[in-house]
Ligand binder design. Structure first.
Ligand code: HEC
Length: 157
């Protein structure tokens, strides 16, 4: 009798666990790639929020990814709350192409390589070495996360 009840309880517990775990698993699967997850949530391959310095206060408080500033299409151009610079176009083709871009009234040409994009993300330095505005967070991410992010930037049309 006792054994049967025990079995009933454990199967019930299992059902509850499965029901609760379902949505959590789905949430994990909502992103098509690790890079997309970083872009939308700022959560790295290890499952934790990627630490950063600089960036606005609200980002430290609420968390978030590149999308909060550069937008779903990666083209930037929308002012950011408490920001002191306009987020730029970070689509891979824009960064590596010869697209002109105006920064502090000065017209520049981008010539980012993958290594320079990584440096921009982690150290806040532009392709020509100029220090970016502090609105752009300096993301302390692993090389694997950087590669994943770059792969995602390549998918932005
Ligand atoms: C809080 C807002 C914010 C967030 C979040 C943010 N950025 Fe930025 N980012 C900026 C701003 C603003 C600039 C332009 C800085 C400047 O002009 O000095 C910038 C510039 C850049 C640049 C340099 C582009 C150029 O035109 O030279 C790259 C690359 C970049 N961001 C990548 C990222 C990536 C990747 C993420 C997510 C991991 C991210 N950013 C998240 C605000 C943000």
């Amino acid at each position: 009798m006792k054994g049967k009840r025990g079995l009933l309880f454990s199967s019930l517990a299992l059902v509850i666990v499965l029901v609760l775990a379902g949505p959590i698993q789905n949430q994990e699967r909502r992103f098509k790639s690790p890079g997309e997850r970083i872009y939308y949530t700022g959560i790295g391959g290890n499952g934790y929020s990627i630490p950063f310095y600089e960036g606005p206060m609200w980002l430290s408080m609420h968390g978030g990814g590149c999308v909060s500033c550069h937008g779903v299409h990666g083209r930037g151009g929308m002012p950011v709350m408490m920001g002191t610079a306009m987020p730029t176009d970070i689509r891979y083709k824009a960064l590596t192409g010869k697209k002109k871009h105006v920064h502090e009234g000065e017209e520049k040409e981008h010539h980012y390589t993958d290594a320079l994009i990584k440096r921009a993300i982690t150290q806040g330095l532009e392709a020509d070495g100029e220090v970016m505005d502090r609105t752009m967070p300096r993301w302390q991410m692993s090389d694997a996360d950087l590669n994943a992010t770059i792969e995602y930037l390549k998918t932005l049309e």
